[in-house]
Write a protein that binds this ligand. Structure first.
Ligand code: PLP
Length: 246
């Protein structure tokens, strides 16, 4: 087995164990393999081992990688789903609208509107999560909690976007309990927004089912708090030689 395949199995074991400890069905947590800074070969290896969803932070890098992987990793394997998990400036929305399946970092109406205009009629709707700055961390991206519901309602009105949930990148915490406390705040907000949208009966509100939180260092705490999608990079692909943009 290659290193990547081996590590992918270890990460799946971690997810499985955390689900068991938390009394959750392992099928309720998806693994997003964050392949930023790694080449198409690394993606191909992970895909051949059954990984179907990949996350990229840097738009052009992601698009170049998709082009290099144009053919599926194996004729019987599906094309991977590509998730944009990095910040998107308004002059770069076209790359997201054209090439990605998901966007996790939506935090402005203007960006949502541009994506809705630029998404092709022949494409499936772009799946979006709203990014929340849950702990008021120095990483300033993301909505304040009270801004989430108004943007969620607006996004539900955009036909080429499909609102899927919330995403957070909390500041690093030193231990499981403090990680979990922050994740639980995100979970509470997620439940509140979902419940409110359902009560308002807006079309599409039932698709709000995704809580994207947890990375290599805190995926167990995130799963205990109710994450449905963990975004894991270094535990699968190894250390990165250039740092994550935030
Ligand atoms: C890089 C990155 C990850 C993965 O981080 P690891 O600690 O390597 O697992 C997850 N989410 C976002 C938004 C990232 O930028």
């Amino acid at each position: 087995m290659t290193m990547i395949v081996n590590k992918l199995h270890l990460v799946r074991d971690r997810i499985h164990q955390a689900c068991q400890d938390a009394g959750r069905d392992p099928a309720s947590v998806q693994l997003l393999a964050v392949s930023k800074t790694f080449g198409p070969e690394a993606v191909r290896e992970a895909a051949a081992a059954g990984q179907t969803a990949f996350g990229e932070n840097y738009l052009q890098e992601g698009v170049d990688k998709m082009a290099a992987l144009d053919a599926p990793p194996h004729p019987l394997l599906p094309r991977p789903a590509w998730h944009c998990i990095g910040p998107v400036q308004s002059n770069k929305t076209k790359l997201v609208a054209t090439h990605f399946d998901w966007l996790h970092t939506l935090d402005r109406l203007k960006i949502a509107q541009r994506l809705n205009e630029q998404r092709g009629d022949d494409q499936a709707p772009l799946q979006v999560c709203l990014q929340v700055n849950i702990d008021g961390g120095a990483n300033k991206s993301g909505l304040a909690p009270q801004e989430v519901l108004p943007l969620a309602r607006a996004v539900l009105g955009l036909p080429r976007l499909r609102l899927r949930g919330l995403m957070t990148i909390p500041e690093p915490q030193p231990d499981f309990e403090s990680q979990k406390q922050v994740h639980l705040q995100a979970r509470a907000l997620f439940d509140f927004v979902r419940q409110t949208l359902l009560e308002e009966g807006l079309p599409g509100s039932a698709d709000f089912d995704t809580l994207s939180m947890g990375m290599t260092g805190d995926l167990e705490a995130a799963i205990h708090a109710g994450s449905t999608m963990v975004r894991v990079g270094s535990a699968i692909f190894g250390g990165r030689s250039y740092p994550a943009a935030t």
